[in-house]
Design a binder for this molecule. Structure first.
Ligand SMILES: [Zn+2]
Ligand SMILES: [Zn+2]
Length: 390
């Protein structure tokens, strides 16, 4: 089968000593400290088959390009990949996907050939202490598909039944092609859902929400906040195209941070102005630019406000902790989309048309144009770049 494979040179940076286990598996815990000069190629590799009886074989139909994929492609001046999470290469990349079940293992109970599915990208083990405590996103033995295990930019992929979700219910409302589009968006939307409703405990109808970063996760945060009854949703980004999509998905106000700052106005001032000085009850960081965003957020949080940190970057930022004390505010980190009914609830919201996110997709590419799509994603103009397969 055809698959889009990433590879790079294993050259640990000075000061980073990989463990024996990291070397044996060519799995760097901090990818950006080890992998250099990445290459990407669409090539023929053996078609996977079901090895365990609890697996499904899936023909991939859509796969979205994620910010983490862009970070595998982008390098620092000395050639190291930007992605700071665990990376095992060579690897078929891609993890935001949907497809059709073409074969089921003997022990699979809930799926049959022809079912359409969306699949969690966090392959949690189910037996470690965090998993058995319900914290699947913090699994100690986690494999991240498309990064540490074979991904979905391939004609076929296998997945365990426990990581798969039927999206057959979307067929009631949408064409098969639209079902695949929406199915591939559940993974990034799930990350926003997890941050806002699971980690952050949700918002009260009437609340004000500020979202920093209007990439796919920030856009999903806008749509979900709106759906949950936010009275005011404000989005910030540095790209106007993304801000237009945010507006389309329900943001009441959108601001280009660079243009604002040119006029001497800080995002915090806009938030305070639009909330009559009270600030926003929930502030979502989906930009991965903590140094720039955290000071804005902490200075415009409402009393009992929550700062939800979803962006990924290995940076530190200064926080004026006294503001947290006097405002009884909290900072909450969240990652992933597994557990807590997240997939199930998003699928239900999509199946009734209540959650409208299709416009997040701003460009489509054929499978053989994947490298072009990856190059384009680095410009960060798109909502979501979607690859069509099969
Ligand atoms: Zn992702
Ligand atoms: Zn686990």
């Amino acid at each position: 089968m055809k698959a889009f494979v990433a590879d790079a040179q294993w050259e640990p940076k000075k000061g980073y000593t990989p463990t024996v286990r990291e070397i044996a598996r060519k799995r760097a815990s901090i990818g950006s400290s080890v992998w250099r000069n990445p290459t990407f190629e669409l090539k023929d590799i053996p078609t996977p088959n079901i090895c365990d009886s609890d697996e499904l074989l899936i023909a991939v139909k859509r796969c979205g390009i994620c910010g983490s994929d862009s970070h595998l492609y982008e390098t620092t001046p000395d050639g190291y990949i930007q992605f700071s999470g665990p990376v095992s290469l060579p690897q078929v990349i891609g993890h935001e996907y949907s497809g059709v079940v073409v074969k089921t293992g003997g022990k699979v109970r809930n799926f049959k050939e022809g079912d359409i599915v969306a699949v969690e990208s966090i392959h949690w083990c189910g037996s470690c202490t965090p998993c058995r405590s319900g914290a699947f996103n913090q699994c100690e033995n986690v494999e991240l598909i498309g990064i540490t295990a074979p991904g979905a930019l391939a004609e076929f992929i296998t997945a365990k039944e426990r990581h798969c979700w039927s999206i057959n219910s979307l067929r009631r409302m949408y064409s098969e092609e639209e079902c695949f589009d929406l199915g591939a968006l559940i993974e990034p939307v799930g990350c926003a859902y997890n941050g806002i409703f699971i980690g952050g405990g949700g918002i009260k109808p009437g609340a004000a929400v500020a979202v920093f970063g209007a990439g796919p996760i920030g856009l999903a945060a806008v749509a979900l906040s709106r759906l949950a009854g936010a009275n005011l949703t404000i989005a910030f980004d540095i790209h106007n195209k993304r801000l237009d999509i945010a507006k389309d998905l329900g943001a009441d106000y959108v601001f280009n941070v660079n243009s604002l700052e040119k006029t001497g106005i800080l995002p915090r001032e806009k938030i305070l102005e639009l909330t009559d000085g009270y600030g926003a009850e929930m502030q979502i960081e989906a930009a991965g630019a903590a140094r720039r965003t955290v000071p804005e957020m902490e200075n415009s949080l409402a009393v009992n406000g929550k700062l939800i940190y979803l962006g990924r970057s290995a940076a530190s930022a200064e926080v004026m902790l006294d503001i947290l004390v006097s405002g009884a505010n909290s900072i909450i980190g969240a990652r992933g989309h597994s557990g807590y009914g997240i997939y199930n609830n998003i699928i239900r919201l999509l199946s009734t048309g209540r959650l409208q996110i299709k416009n997040m997709i701003t460009s489509y590419y054929d499978f053989n144009e994947t490298l072009t799509a990856l190059k384009k994603s680095v410009e960060r103009q798109d909502g979501k770049c979607m690859i069509r397969l099969g």
